[in-house]
Ligand binder design. Structure first.
Ligand SMILES: Cc1cc2nc3c(=O)[nH]c(=O)nc-3n(C[C@H](O)[C@H](O)[C@H](O)COP(=O)(O)OP(=O)(O)OC[C@H]3O[C@@H](n4cnc5c(N)ncnc54)[C@H](O)[C@@H]3O)c2cc1C
Length: 141
C-alpha cells in the first residue's frame, strides 16, 4: 500500500485506481515442525504437508519430491491392498527422513536471523568479501 501511494515511478500508475478489496495475507505452511500428513486412505504432499522451506519460502521442489514419494507409496498400497493409517506411516516416515534435518536447520536459522536484519546484512556483507563463506551460503540456499 505504501509503495503504490508514495513510490516514485509507481504511484503515478495508480492515481485512477480503486481498491476492489482489502489486502489480506496468509502465512506460508513451512516445515518448521512435524505435522501429521497421512491417515487412512490419504497422504498429503507439498504445501498441504507443510513442506515449504522455512528459510527461503520455496516449496515447488519439495512439493514435487513429496508428490513422487506419495505416488510411489500409493503403488505399494494398491499392490498390498492396504490403505490403513498404519501403512501410510511408511510414507510419513519417508517424508520426515528426507526433509526433517534440513527443515529443522533452516527453521533454526530463520528464527536466529529473522528478527535480526543486521545479522543477515552482516552475513551478506561477509559473503561478498570472503569467497568460502559465499560458497557455503550458496550451497545452503
Ligand atoms: C507469493 C508466493 C510466491 C512463491 N514463490 C515461490 C518460489 O519462488 N519458489 C518456490 O519454490 N516456491 C514458491 N512459493 C511456494 C510454492 O508456490 C508452493 O510451495 C507450491 O506451489 C506448492 O505446490 P502444491 O502442489 O503443494 O500446492 P499448490 O501449488 O497450491 O497446488 C494446489 C492445487 O490444488 C487446487 N485445489 C485446492 N483445493 C482444491 C479442491 N478442493 N479440489 C480440487 N483442487 C483444489 C488449487 O487450486 C491448486 O491448484 C511461493 C508461494 C507464494 C504464495
Amino acid at each position: 500500500m505504501e509503495i503504490i501511494t508514495t513510490g516514485d515511478g509507481i504511484k503515478e500508475r495508480f492515481t485512477e485506481a480503486t481498491a476492489m478489496e482489502h489486502p489480506i495475507g496468509y502465512g506460508l505452511p513451512t516445515g518448521s515442525r512435524k505435522v501429521q500428513i497421512s491417515g487412512e486412505r490419504f497422504m498429503l504432499a507439498g504445501d498441504a504437508a507443510s513442506l515449504i522451506d522455512p528459510a527461503t519460502g520455496e516449496g515447488i521442489g519439495n512439493a514435487m519430491i513429496s508428490g513422487i514419494k506419495a505416488g510411489q507409496h500409493a503403488i505399494s498400497c494398491f499392490d498390498k491392498n492396504n490403505f490403513s493409517s498404519a501403512f501410510m506411516l511408511q510414507y510419513e516416515a519417508s517424508i520426515h527422513n528426507y526433509f526433517w534435518n534440513d527443515m529443522r536447520n533452516k527453521y533454526l536459522m530463520q528464527r536466529l536471523v529473522g528478527e535480526k536484519s543486521w545479522l543477515a546484512d552482516f552475513a551478506i556483507g561477509l559473503a561478498s568479501d570472503v569467497p568460502w563463506i559465499k560458497n557455503k551460503l550458496q550451497k545452503l540456499f
